[in-house]
Design a protein around this ligand. Structure first.
Ligand code: NAD
Length: 456
């Protein structure tokens, strides 16, 4: 039996050796899902929702256990893991209400016909997910896929296999045998799942992996939803509430040790206020202590792995060597664990690696602009990504205008992006293909079918 080591990034110790799913086991999981799906699709929606809500109640009951495992496996502060788990358990009700709306048939009238546009499930959905929100990311795909009448085979990230296993155990308890399968392994197992007899791939992860999945899925024209990485800008105009903007820049560059798809990765500050802004950022970033996720004093846990940390170290060292000013952090702590401190860089050049490629680490990266709105928009859009963006200005009309001009799926104006629940989560440009969440997102686990009847 081949295994991989599930490592605690705070200590470097092995939590468990996890069995890698063999090709036979993977094929069997997909076949079992396929066998169970047609009957599941005939189960009335209310009953499907009831079973998934029972899973949500069990998740809430076991939230501490799940959160503890998430913290051990990927390092985030326990309070954050718990709030992620409880938040998703609570959110299942809203997801079910949205799915019910997504499944409502549309009735169209012709001169001599009536057409009902009904929503059919696609069949078997492969859910392939990352580690940074080990509860939220799998559930974002698994719940709407099952609720719309599909079967699912989940491959959680190899960094959080046991959190994935707990989720699987909790939600599959009352579901029909085989309907919700689980496989373990790294990218090779993910690639095998994509190439297997599935109808759709729901994927959250990096842009490079998304490309590979799209390429492989193109052979059989499998349906895809890809939620990928980002390089989100935050633009601070000279009239902005600087304290609020600095708070947003620091919190959303450092939260989850910077390992968030919609982290603030590039901050552009109007020249006239840049010195004051830098001082505010520095003051706030100093409060972001790192340490074990089980230590209540830690605002940031370790990074997920030493490899992930090495990428951040390389970007920061390159930036400093090429003219960026290091204002805080930037030194890898000695000792066990994949820790990296809150780091602040200023005068970061446009063409540096850290300005171009996703950092996914705890770095506040500051640059100045002096050319007004057009220059700010040009800089914000100077990336192939298009996940999120944030704008701070006291001029409401400018805020609306810049939000429209930035090419991304979600923009926050004078607040961090993302607000009322129910909006789809959209990766524009190379940050995604298709989207998840909200009524629009859930519809993507279905295909519309038009059935027409004659009318007198
Ligand atoms: P990753 O792409 O390395 O891995 C994601 C998943 O894909 C893992 O389960 C992995 O085993 C699997 N995988 C790897 N290679 C594969 C292949 N060839 N075929 C099929 N599956 C394969 O990403 P990661 O490091 O786990 O997560 C971090 C990335 O996820 C970042 O880029 C982040 O921005 C992105 N992300 C995006 C969103 C979003 O909503 N847009 C949310 C969270 C994370």
């Amino acid at each position: 039996m081949s295994t991989f080591a599930d490592i605690d990034p705070a200590t470097g110790e092995t939590i468990a050796d996890v069995a890698i799913s063999t090709s036979e086991a993977l094929r069997a999981a997909v076949a079992a899902a396929r066998a169970a799906q047609p009957e599941w699709a005939e189960v009335p929606f209310a009953e499907r929702a009831r079973l998934l809500l029972a899973g949500a109640a069990r998740l809430d009951e076991r939230a501490e256990e799940v959160a503890r495992m998430a913290t051990r496996e990927m390092g985030k502060p326990f309070a954050e893991a718990l709030s992620e788990t409880r938040g998703w358990a609570k959110g299942v009700k809203r997801t079910m209400d949205e799915v019910e709306r997504a499944l409502e048939p549309e009735v169209l009238r012709g001169d001599d016909s009536e057409t009902r546009v009904e929503r059919e499930p696609l069949g078997v959905v492969a859910a392939i997910t990352p580690w940074n929100f080990p509860v939220g990311m799998p559930l974002e795909i698994v719940l709407p896929a099952l609720a719309t009448g599909n079967a699912v085979v989940l491959k959680p990230s190899e960094h959080v296999p046991l959190t994935g296993e707990l989720l699987h155990e909790i939600f599959s308890a009352e579901l029909p045998e085989g309907l919700f399968g689980l496989v373990h392994g790294a990218g090779d197992v993910g690639a095998e799942l994509v190439a297997s007899d599935v109808d759709m791939i729901g994927f959250v992860g990096s842009r490079d992996t998304g490309r590979r999945i799209m390429e492989s899925a193109s052979r059989d024209l499998k349906r895809l939803v890809l939620e990928l990485g980002g390089k989100d800008p935050l633009v601070v105009f000279e009239d902005a509430d600087l304290d609020a903007a600095a708070e947003c820049a620091v919190k959303h560059s450092l939260r989850n040790t910077g390992q968030v798809c919609c982290s603030v990765e590039r901050v552009y500050v109007a020249d006239a206020v840049a010195d004051r802004f830098e001082a505010l950022v520095l003051e706030k970033a100093r409060g972001w202590k790192h340490g074990s996720g089980f230590d209540e004093e830690s605002k940031m846990g370790p990074m997920v792995s030493a490899e992930q940390r090495d990428k951040v170290v390389a970007q920061v060292e390159d930036a400093v060597a090429r003219g960026a000013r290091l204002l805080l952090g930037g030194e890898t702590p000695e000792g066990a664990g994949a820790f990296y401190p809150a780091t602040v860089l200023a005068d970061v050049g446009e063409d540096l690696d850290i300005s171009r490629h996703e950092t996914f680490g705890p770095v506040v990266s500051l640059s100045r602009f002096s050319g007004g709105e057009d220059e700010a928009v040009r800089l914000a859009n100077d990336t192939p990504y298009g996940l999120g963006a944030n704008v701070y200005t006291a001029d409401a009309e400018r805020g609306r205008r810049v939000a429209r001009r930035i090419k991304s799926g979600q923009v926050g104006v004078n607040r961090y992006l993302g607000g009322a629940a129910g909006a789809p989560w959209v990766g524009a440009r190379q940050s995604g293909f298709g989207f998840l969440g909200g009524v629009e997102g859930h519809k993507q686990f279905t295909i519309p079918k038009s059935i027409s009847y004659p009318v007198a």
